[in-house]
Design a protein around this ligand. Structure first.
Ligand code: FES
Length: 486
């Protein structure tokens, strides 16, 4: 099912690239980060071309809950623990500036995208979390944000406490994207295959550019940069509910069971069920959200459901800046966590400054070459552990004891099977047709896991995803899965 944003927007089609061209800047990825970067470069008088494998906004921009906020879970506590006070202030200032830049663009260009100023709340229902919330308020204030603790919210359940940030915002991301992309040169259905020096090779021709920006969610180039060793991906789920409630702001609960809530007009967007990509064997994430909706809003009606995929960095701060020390003309914007709207604007401001040769005061905290061992070591080791487990499973393990012949799967279900004498993944359609695919991830070979909520094959190592028939949904993998005869 499509997100409510996609259902309520309509982009004009753009041509695919046809042949070789040159451009001052080539931007890979036609999501919010890529399009905004092209837009701010244009404001500086620098033209660019955007290369999009599918359609504008067809990646994570269409799956967000579209909160524009500098309140990013308990980020200020982490920043003060792992970065300098100066860098913590850079982070706060960059995100506050991003909110202001959205407000300015939308007002000046009169963009009709339901932009509304709302407070943002980070809440907990557990009294044991109060000290952590108090500490976050203290650090957020030291970083320059006006934050305060409150117990007053419009949530339908009692909370222990919540942190309130004023002056935050929400909008319709695709209506905004549609408006700002209008004057830009965008090539759709143009898949980038490789990047070498100043050449971006696509399936439709080559773009030669002085500057190249990777804004494609997860950079697909393994080396240099090695982003696959410095990030993992998470999935989360959302429902759009009619007849639920009108909240005064945007909410997020801390902890694994925390819920995300905001209104879009009279519709409530209810999100949650976060898990590392490739770790949802049991499924049931949408059902969990439906149970929450039935409990608190029994009269509500589900209009849409969808899921999102987020790149998480080891220290919780995005990587925005020079791609690697050996590629001075390459730039990257990735690892936005759950905060893609604000991080996209931060990326556009920072990268357009860097490409134009202008100083940017908050570049150090986002630098992809930063070194934060305190925050990164634990996550790095757990990521490596995950990768080793995924590879070992694929290389050594026999099929699961419950792996069966493909035809024995129930209709509408997927799972591991034995096909052609080998371990494989299979999906049996409602009508009984079966497709079997290799479950060896084409990125670096980890074993894929079936996600029953999305009917997809997901990689626990770096988060690549494939549909039930093996078609590539999300990178860093670049190719489909191999089909196996059944
Ligand atoms: Fe890297 Fe699958 S995404 S091995």
């Amino acid at each position: 099912m499509q997100s409510i944003w996609r259902e309520t927007s309509d982009f004009r089609e753009r041509p695919a690239l046809s042949g070789d061209i040159t451009a001052p800047v080539a931007i890979i990825g036609g999501g919010l980060a890529g399009i905004l970067t092209a837009c701010l470069l244009r404001q500086k008088g620098i033209e660019s071309v955007v290369l999009e494998a599918n359609r504008i906004g067809s990646g994570q921009t269409q799956n967000t809950t579209a909160k524009i906020t500098s309140q990013h879970n308990l980020i200020y506590t982490k920043l003060f623990q792992n970065f300098s006070e100066e860098e913590a202030k850079q982070y706060a200032s960059a995100n506050q500036q991003a909110i202001g830049r959205y407000r300015q663009m939308i007002t000046q260009e009169q963009i009709d995208c339901q932009f509304e100023e709302r407070p943002a709340y980070l809440y907990s229902v557990d009294r044991e979390d109060i000290p952590a919330l108090e500490m976050e308020v203290e650090y957020a204030c030291r970083a320059g944000i006006h934050a305060e603790l409150t117990k007053k919210t419009t949530l339908p359940f009692e909370i222990a406490a919540a942190i309130q940030f004023g002056g935050q915002a929400q909008f319709h991301p695709l209506k905004f994207l549609q408006a700002i992309s209008e004057p830009l040169t965008v090539y759709e259905k143009t898949k980038v295959l490789s990047v070498e020096g100043k050449s971006v090779v696509t399936d439709r021709g080559t773009v030669t550019a002085e500057h190249i920006v990777f804004a494609s969610h997860f950079p697909f180039v393994n080396a240099p940069g090695y982003y696959f060793m410095r990030m993992y991906q998470e999935r989360s789920y959302a429902l759009a509910l009619q007849n639920a409630v009108k909240l005064d702001g945007m909410y997020l609960g801390i902890g694994e069971k925390g819920l995300s809530m905001r209104n879009y007009g009279d519709t409530l967007l209810l999100g949650g069920g976060d898990h590392r990509t490739g770790e949802n064997k049991a499924g049931g994430k949408y059902d969990m959200l439906r149970e929450v909706a039935a409990l608190f809003y029994p009269q509500s009606k589900e209009l849409a459901h969808w899921s999102a995929q987020d790149c998480m960095t080891l220290d919780s701060v995005p990587y925005i800046g020079q791609f690697s020390s050996s590629t001075p003309n390459w730039y990257v914007a990735t690892g936005f966590g759950k905060w893609g709207m604000t991080s996209s604007m931060v990326s556009a401001i920072l990268l357009s400054d860097q490409i134009a040769g202008d100083e940017n005061p908050f570049a150090p905290v986002f630098s992809p070459s930063r070194f934060t061992p305190g925050a990164s070591a634990k996550n790095f080791l757990s990521g490596m552990g995950q990768a080793v487990k995924g590879l070992a499973k694929q290389t050594f393990s026999l099929p699961d004891a419950d792996a069966a012949e493909p035809q024995t799967l129930p209709d509408g279900h997927g799972g591991m099977v034995i096909a052609d004498g080998k371990k494989a993944g299979a999906y049996k359609e409602e009508q009984g047709d079966v497709t079997a695919v290799s479950i060896k991830c084409p990125h670096l070979g980890c074993q894929l896991e079936w996600n029953p909520d999305e009917k997809s094959w997901d990689c626990p190592c770096h988060g690549s995803r494939f549909d039930a028939k093996g078609g590539l949904l999300e990178g860093p993998a670049q190719t489909d899965l191999e089909e196996i005869p059944t």
